[in-house]
Design a protein around this ligand. Structure first.
Ligand code: PLP
Length: 482
């Protein structure tokens, strides 16, 4: 007899995937500007650290928002005792208002429909439990966030089936690709219960246009399947085109749709940069789903202490307006700095205007057009260039050579150092100093690369300022798939 359950012993969490080798490489040799300047730079973490100066200023100006200060301690007991699992009314109101604000005030959200979850991670699982039975399937356009395999599949037994998108049309979802995926599921007797959409997209950094959103809503309505829309990156949009929420499409009645099929997942992990607070939201237009999701949310509520702080912060509209504006401005600057730096050595990226990363095209550096070659290149980037980036295959991309690179979890000096390493690497490649195993004695080549990178790092470090903190000291394997 097995001592543990099948759930406890299966690999559904995804942590044993070879792609976590990058995290291991980072964990065992993390970059630090003074302590370990030749260490691995963490560019595999979609974290927004660009506006913590504004947050810190607000926290200092509003000590009563915390129950652990002299100004807030009077409310300690009231907040610490059991609360209604609907959430504090001021929290639900403030979150609903915030969600309206970042959608340009073009839609309204009912605070009574706000359901809390442990991050978007918990929100997805709640919805999967509400909408599907084990064995049922959701369609999801590729490439997609690897955490979905854990969040929607692992404990629920739901399957994810790819809608294949590729670079020929900049990874856009088309009606044809949706129909092909649906038909394939039918042919293999899989019951499709839903469509999982992520807008703005991780890993692409793109926003969906109105026509595509209308096509998707029409498709799910025709098939009578659910649409889960993960809008976790909605306030990370910079420049044109504007972000259009699924709520806008259905509220403005531009398309015929059964609203009972539409559900949103949101969180403050990306837009505010608070993944540690685990503030996730499920917002369903379906009464039965809202009611069931609320019951299920008991397993992953947001602590009342966090709700109180967030309610105060989000209700300060002057602060929030400034935050949203500044955050988007800084993300745009960072994006431009990074993509222009890549372009200088001929590395392209998918045109994007959202998210905390870019989708980098390294197809020309592949030894062969294969996932083995992608893996080989990725290992060189981690072990020799000393950057932890994420290979496209881990996002279920069906075309080798694409990599997601995060740029908002570090300071500017660190980005410049990363760019310096990439420049050096590409120059060496272009000079024919490759790491191709068949023709080059690997040891000798690796040595050359390592020495060059070290020299370059040292040169760059001479002009670099001390970083405020070592970037992203993330060690927990449980949050690695971001
Ligand atoms: C698209 C997407 N959805 C959900 C999540 C999980 O977010 P949370 O930290 O709120 O659980 C992430 C995190 O990287 C993400 O990129």
């Amino acid at each position: 007899m097995e001592l543990l359950s099948k759930m406890a012993t299966n690999d559904g969490h995804g942590e044993n995937s070879p792609y976590f080798d990058g995290w291991k490489a980072y964990d065992s040799d993390p970059y630090h500007p003074t302590g370990n300047p030749s260490g691995v730079i963490q560019m595999g973490l979609a974290e927004n650290q660009l506006c913590f100066d504004l947050i810190q200023e607000w926290v200092l100006k509003n000590p009563e928002a915390s129950i652990c200060t002299a100004e807030g301690a009077n409310n300690f007991m009231e907040i610490a005792i059991y609360q209604d699992y609907h959430g504090l009314p001021e929290f639900r109101n403030a979150v609903a208002r915030f969600m309206e604000k970042i959608r340009g005030e073009r839609v309204r959200f009912d605070p009574n429909r706000i359901v809390m979850s442990g991050g978007a991670t918990g929100g997805h699982e709640i919805l999967a439990f509400c909408l599907a039975d084990p064995g049922d399937a959701f369609l999801v356009p590729t490439p997609y966030y690897p955490g979905y395999d854990r969040d929607l599949r692992w404990r629920t037994g739901v399957q994810l089936l790819p809608i294949v998108c590729d670079s020929s049309n900049d990874f856009k979802v088309t009606r044809e690709s949706m129909e092909i995926a649906y038909q394939k599921a039918q042919d293999s007797n899989k019951r499709v219960k839903g469509f999982l959409l992520n807008n703005p997209s991780n890993p692409l950094g793109t926003v969906l246009d109105r026509e595509t959103l209308i096509d998707i809503v029409t498709f799910i309505n025709d098939k009578n399947i659910h649409l889960i829309c993960d809008e976790i990156y909605s306030a990370t949009v910079f420049n044109q085109a504007e972000f259009i929420s699924i709520s806008e499409i259905i509220e403005q009645d531009v398309v015929q749709c059964n609203r009972d099929l539409i559900h949103l997942v949101y969180s403050l992990s990306k837009d505010l940069g608070f993944p540690g607070f685990r503030v996730g939201i499920v917002y369903s237009y379906n009464d039965a789903v809202t009611s069931c999701a609320r019951k299920m949310s008991s397993f992953g509520l947001v602590s009342t202490q966090t709700q109180r702080l967030i309610a105060a912060m989000l209700s300060d509209e002057v602060f929030i307006d400034k935050f949203i504006f500044t955050s988007s401005e800084r993300l745009a600057e960072r994006h431009d700095l990074f993509t222009e730096g890549l372009a200088q050595v001929g590395i392209g990226t998918l045109k994007s205007n959202a998210g905390l990363y870019v989708w980098m095209d390294l197809r020309r550096l592949l030894r062969k057009f294969s996932f083995d070659a992608e893996m080989e290149l990725w290992r060189i980037i981690i072990n020799e260039v000393k950057l932890n980036v994420s290979p496209g295959k881990s996002f279920h991309c069906l075309e080798p050579g694409w990599f997601r690179v995060c740029f908002a979890n570090m300071d500017e000096e660190c980005v410049r150092i990363a760019l310096g390493r990439i420049h050096n690497f590409v120059h060496l490649q272009d000079k024919g100093i490759t790491t191709e195993p068949a023709t080059t004695p690997k040891k000798q080549c690796k040595l050359q690369l390592s020495l060059s990178f070290r020299r370059l790092d040292e040169r760059m470090m001479m002009g670099a300022h001390i970083m405020r903190s070592p970037n992203s000291p993330m060690a927990s394997p449980l949050v690695r798939a971001t």
